[in-house]
Ligand binder design. Sequence first.
Ligand SMILES: Cc1cn([C@H]2C[C@H](O)[C@@H](COP(=O)(O)OP(=O)(O)O[C@H]3O[C@H](C)C(=O)[C@H](O)[C@H]3O)O2)c(=O)[nH]c1=O
Length: 190
Amino acid sequence: MSAFTRLAIPDVILVAPTVFSDNRGTFCEIYSRQRYEEVGIAAGFVQDNESLSIIKGTVRGLHFQTPPFDQAKLVRVVSGSIFDVAVDLRRGSPTYGRWVGATLTADKGEQLFIPRGFAHGFCTLKPETRVLYKVDNGYSREHDAGIRWNDPDLAVDWPLGDSDAVLSDRDLKLPGFAEFQTPFEMARSR
Ligand SMILES: Cc1cn([C@H]2C[C@H](O)[C@@H](COP(=O)(O)OP(=O)(O)O[C@H]3O[C@H](C)C(=O)[C@H](O)[C@H]3O)O2)c(=O)[nH]c1=O
């Protein structure tokens, strides 16, 4: 069965699916509503997203949707690998403004659950990295927001090594954390 580990921000959960191997290859369960709800991943997922990042060192984030379109996410990698990051934006949280991260790889199939009230982003650690993630609320362009990936107050320690970060024009222009007024309350996160 999958192993579930709460990270330093306990509402963020790392999932390590059990991979069954035999002479043909492998099999693993990548989602079980019952088992995931038992550990607190009770998001009613409604949409699956996929992104392909060609260049190693691509950074997507730090993104979130504002209420009533705030989203919880269950992230996994189907090719390549990422360093996945969640930033606590919940007013009243003892870990407000803090981040946690985990390396997710296609080889091991690790997943990261990020509750509502968090910003999410990742940097790719290999070329041709394809990321799949479930969300528990639909997309709303008007509610799609973010904070700059390298904000000095958040100080995310991106493992870019000697790679230059590759970002969208939109992400390059995101506001800093200092100007941020959070719309999230601690109680809203699932
Ligand atoms: C997220 C989303 C985007 N789009 C459209 C909007 C743009 O025309 C195009 C690319 O969107 P964007 O540049 O926002 O894609 P990412 O930079 O990968 O954004 C995502 O990356 C970070 C890591 C996230 O956690 C969010 O899910 C999401 O913000 O897809 C849709 O039509 N539906 C959607 O659900």
